[in-house]
Design a binder for this molecule. Sequence first.
Ligand SMILES: [Fe+2]
Length: 579
Amino acid sequence: MMTNEENYCFDVGGYLIVPGVLTDAIVAQLNEAFDATGHFDGMLSWEGEQRELFRDLLVHPVLVDYVNQLCGTGFRLEQLPRLITDDPAAKLSFDGKLSGGDEPRDQARAYYHQNDRRQCQLVRAIWALEDVAAGDGGPVFVQASHKTNVEMPTGLEEGTQDLGLVREIPLKAGDLLLLADTTIRGLRPWTGAGRLRLLDYGFAARGVILEAGSGADAFETDEPPWKKELTPAQQTVMHKPGKSDTTPPKTLIAQGDDCLVAAADEAIHPSFLHRDPDSGIDAEEFFFWDLCGHLVIRDIMSPEDLALANEAIDRFESDIVVQEELSRGSTSLAGTGRPVLNTLLDLPEPWCGPFRRMVAHPAVVHRLTWMGGSGFRCDKPTAFCAVKGTSGHALHDSNEPLNPSRSYVYKNGRSFCEAITVTWQLRDVTDADGGFACVPGSHKAQYRMPPGVRSCDDDMGLVVHPTFKAGDVLLFMDGAQTHGALAWHSDMARRSILIKYSSRNFNRSGGDFAHPEARWGDVVEGMSDAQLSVMRGPDRDNHSGNVPRLDVAGDGDIQVLYERSGGLYSGATPDKPLA
Ligand SMILES: [Fe+2]
């Protein structure tokens, strides 16, 4: 069985690299076959021994094992193998244009997952026959894009901008790359020293109709005589699937009392909804937010506020408190405690000014409103002031297990995100510095976060470390997206101001009204403990580990469990019997 790491990587990232599946000898034979024939497709029907190499790969035991689990048992070869190569004779286009994504959705290619059952309808099995190193160009992809809800922006599609999302796929000869077919991908100009040679097979789930085969059955149709008497529309609607002339099928257009037959490439699938040009939502921002679970807005702070905020922290540096170390046993994140300053709103004028202006800054309010709806509220801002050697923060939170009060849902054009942290950057953050890190796509995860991702010690390439310029603002799905921080490596201290926002829908941090009596007054007088346990006010939903809950014993008796686990956020919530 696939490990949780492998399940998580394919589910969240849309890809999985199985290293070293082919021996050097097999890789050499496959390469020699291409060298000898000078062809890059049709391998399954080449003459003689050479074709056997490629036929063997159809049922390579490692491949079968994985594709059974990714695509479902009974998977089929849907697309004949071909070589992705920089050889000019192959005439492949390396223009950097991208295709893929799950909007609009194509059910014959799409990724399905529900209740621990997965069927990716089309899986690409790509065998590396030569190394592909970082910086070589060639194949590129967008992590997590097999689950996009928002249409790919034009600039990304045309390769004119990458939104910081487009990544290379380093591989070693003999590796097997498994890719959900809806993953956004393309080919950039090849700059590698050696040859580009990736052998690409397309496997589909049992029932998928996507392409016609090349056998006689794909062309010959034995039709009963009465079919010829039908109208073109009637013949079209009674087509036999899987034939060359019915794959893809023609489109019927109902028009008054008639039905017209249109070409197959005029497929129609109407949407009830139109994109709203007046929504005020930037299409690239929505795409990035839905895809990744975070968003960076550039250059929001005024130079005056930026200078004043930095000056304030310099001036009140002695108020910085060093909190606990948060690497949670990680090797790569280990270090010293986290220095924070959380008196920012209490500072004397003018030093409090920039921080007070942050909490309801129009650029942030605009985004929060479409990301989770109006009515949000926030806590006091906290300055994170890591110095060289400060530990990272082990990655935490995820879509799995379910936690509605800190979740992300996309529905009918709206983003429903219940907990968002906004982080104002007072200094540049480069690749080498450390600080905020996250797993793009993890807000849609269906598998538990693996320990190697939590610690960043073995992250399968899924953890991303965004960089910033002073004055930028980061928004992330605190609670839905897996996030944390890398250890701080720069001589210049970190200067990030974190502000946590909650939606109007959920309580995030306890409060007096969690106590039954504070919530209901005299109404609860004389109630039993079991009754009182259901008369609480809203509290932080910490996977049920911080509130009293009812249990039915074997004899039918109701017990109240007070045992607490995880983080505790409300002193008002009863932790022992009240009656
Ligand atoms: Fe967090």
